[in-house]
Ligand binder design. Sequence first.
Ligand code: TXA
Ligand code: MG
Length: 324
Amino acid sequence: MPIGPDIQRAVQLLEQGEAVAIPTETVYGLAANAYNEAAVLKIFQAKQRPAFDPLIVHVHSLEQVKEVVSFLNLDHEDTRKEAEALMEKFWPGPLTLVLPKTDRVPDLVTSGLDTVAVRMPAHPMALELLRSVGFPLAAPSANPFGYVSPTTAQHVADQLGGLIPYILDGGPCTVGVESTIIGWESDTGQWVLYRPGGTPVAEIEAVIGMIGRAKKRVLPASPGMLESHYAPRKPVYIGDVQAMMKEHAGKRIAVIAFSEKHDAQHSEVLSPTGDPTEAARHLFAALRKLDASDADVILAEIFPQKGLGAAINDRLHRASAKHN
Ligand code: TXA
Ligand code: MG
């Protein structure tokens, strides 16, 4: 199945209404013309993604944001200024903003919500692609629904290879966890965190002040909030690894550790120097590798909460949710 760095080929396929895997700085996305519902439907089909889970729309410029975000529907002038300040500071980069949508965005993209999630990716190939096609790209992570996100073209090929016509290879993702998602909620007039990710919340709060934390609801406001998500097939447990190794004695054990190796059958150290940014970059490849190993269980350390550590802990917590 075709993988390669041919941007023109990706452009052509996207113009023809196909869904194509593309690199971003966070994770690989499965992209289609956000204005073409038939094309967007192919994303849902390939991923087996439920229709209640809306997609992120990717743009290449602050001008293009205005096609999809209705700034006029933000009641407060202050909020508009805050949104613009965030875009100025963090774009292109791993921050997604959920804001009121324009009529141009089809309901399929937003699952019928009157808001749209939008971001400007920092990967140079993604930006070049967006500029070439001219339309915004709806793109969730390029993995089957609920599984670990892909951070290399090969990860995408391993799972979606037969289902999509092209994987644009832009090398391994440099951030390695998905974007941070925050939204402005019109009922409370507040910014709320839906998903910790590649932009540390403290950096966002340095620009717009304290933001709220999303409450759990019957239907998630953002399926990135689903308890079990980003999950390998093998059971994952998170906590004190030494103690857990005793509990699971007799099993084949794989360990995900921050900076020091454990004496187990398989042990992945995410950052020998103890750098949470480097650890985030290596997290999903390590989870995939251990999921494909002969281990019976995956045990993960709790990471320091600073910097991207919060996003790592969030993903590990969800990876473990189905077994706890
Ligand atoms: O880094 C990323 O964000 C990657 C790359 C490809 O850009 N994309 C990504 O997409 O992680 P996905 O679909 O796997 O996660 C997007 C999350 C979903 O949990 C979805 O529910 C949420 O964004 N979302 C999308 N539109 C929303 C909206 N209108 N309100 C609340 N949440 C929304
Ligand atoms: Mg995803």
